[in-house]
Design a protein around this ligand. Structure first.
Ligand SMILES: *Cc1c(COP(=O)(O)O)cnc(C)c1O
Length: 405
């Protein structure tokens, strides 16, 4: 037991939670739809959705009903038994995507790890064991495990964490992706890209560039991986962002939105790739547990029942028009508006952190990103009135900030 002095706030050099986050000063107690309530009774408009996670807002009635109902039945068994909810969710995702098969995880980084393992395993099993390297792009974010920080590659992610996991070649985020071909060697296994960079600052990859990457991959017998952890599950207006272009990958890690706030991810793949993930090659204690599966299935139920994708398209048009008006009104602050669906970014002339903090003071929750960008990621069932409310708060935020510059 520690003596009382060790627990004394003044003596302690470290809080009981490692200080890896610069947290905002609000503790939320409850949420309903697009609104959050803190322990002081303040109401906030949540246009960050827990970083693109709460795709149906907070405490959607169907999700609440599902989680409480399933909690009374069964939470966890193990992947050593059949889990019917997995088969149901997997079949649905197979029917809705390019994929033939998938592995369920608890998080995004685990889904990306699985994608990297699938790519390496595919080449190992098809006579090219030397092909293990993955081409990735500057500004990308693939998670915080040792392999996924190496995939992201930036110093911000990797500094101080020892020798980088080998096998990642981080290229510039080219305007013309034909340049990627020069970086392919006899050791290249795959190209991995976010169809819309999230953390990097809401940078969409054009349909043309996805096509170029697809063709390069085909020509060299390597695999194409789309990290749709942030841009997937309806955020783009299609169920998956790449479906706008119709250019499909071989492997696709997903997470965030698919759990609607419950930890859930998956790594989807074609038959050609997935068939090599045989008994014993991969595993997860919690991945695909009955509770998570019930919620994943319920998220897809709500998408169908409430025509969520149509709402994304409609609300995206409105949000974009309003943001462009805001840019016109505040050119000193806003450089550019970009993004697709309800994954919008405003590129600023000022530090995006200052913008996020000022919006927070005005009770509007947003998320910062790279490239001087602030992310606007409302729930996918956001209404026209919610957007009007957010625009008022954004206008107020711009006015506050103008006075400070
Ligand atoms: C959030 C994110 C991840 C990591 O997901 P975690 O659940 O935090 O591990 C990976 N890739 C992208 C594109 C993300 O946005």
């Amino acid at each position: 037991m520690k003596n009382s002095q060790d627990n004394n706030q003044e003596e302690s050099l470290i809080p009981p939670i490692v200080p890896t986050y610069a947290r905002m000063d609000a503790a939320f107690e409850s949420g309903k739809g697009v609104r959050l309530y803190d322990d002081k009774g303040n109401e906030y408009l949540d246009f960050g959705s827990g970083i693109a996670v709460n795709c149906l807002g907070h405490c959607h009635p169907t999700l609440v009903k599902t989680i409480t109902g399933q909690a009374q039945k069964l939470w966890h068994t193990s992947n050593i038994y059949t889990i019917p909810g997995q088969e149901k969710l997997a079949n649905r995702l197979v029917n809705l995507t390019f994929a033939d098969s998938m592995f369920f995880t608890n998080s995004g980084a685990e889904a990306v790890e699985c994608a990297i393992k699938m790519a390496r395993r595919y080449h190992h099993e098809t006579g090219n064991p030397d092909r293990y390297r993955v081409i990735t792009f500057e500004g990308s974010f693939h998670g915080r495990t040792l392999a996924t920080i190496a995939a992201g590659g930036s110093e911000k992610l990797t500094k101080g964490f020892g020798p980088k996991v080998d096998g990642f070649d981080v290229l510039r985020f080219y305007r013309d992706m034909n340049k990627v071909e020069e970086a392919i060697t006899s050791e290249t296994a795959a190209i991995m890209i976010e169809p819309v960079q999230g953390e990097g600052g809401i940078r969409p990859v054009s349909a043309e560039n996805l096509e170029i990457l697809r063709n390069i991959a085909k020509k060299h017998g390597i695999l194409l991986i789309y990290d749709e952890i942030q841009c997937g599950v309806g955020r783009s207006g299609k169920l998956f962002a790449h479906q706008i272009s119709g250019v499909t990958p071989d492997i696709m890690p997903i997470a965030k939105g698919i759990g609607g706030g419950f930890p859930l991810g998956a790594c989807l793949a074609t038959e050609k790739v997935a068939r090599h993930m045989t008994v014993g090659t991969h595993g997860s204690t919690y991945g695909g547990n009955p509770l998570a599966m019930a919620i994943g299935n319920a998220v897809l139920d709500v998408f169908a029942a409430e025509d969520i994708l149509a709402n994304v398209v409609k609300m995206s048009d409105k949000l974009k028009i309003e943001l462009l008006k805001l840019r016109k009104k505040y050119p000193e602050l806003i450089d550019m508006v970009r993004g697709i669906g309800l994954m919008m970014g405003i590129k600023l002339h000022i530090d995006p952190r200052d913008f996020v903090v000022q919006a927070f003071e005005n009770k509007l929750l947003l998320v910062g990103a790279g490239e001087n960008t602030v992310r606007i990621l409302p729930p996918l069932n956001v209404t026209s009135e919610d957007i009007d409310d957010a625009m008022k708060l954004l206008d107020k935020t711009c006015q506050n900030l103008l006075k400070k510059i």
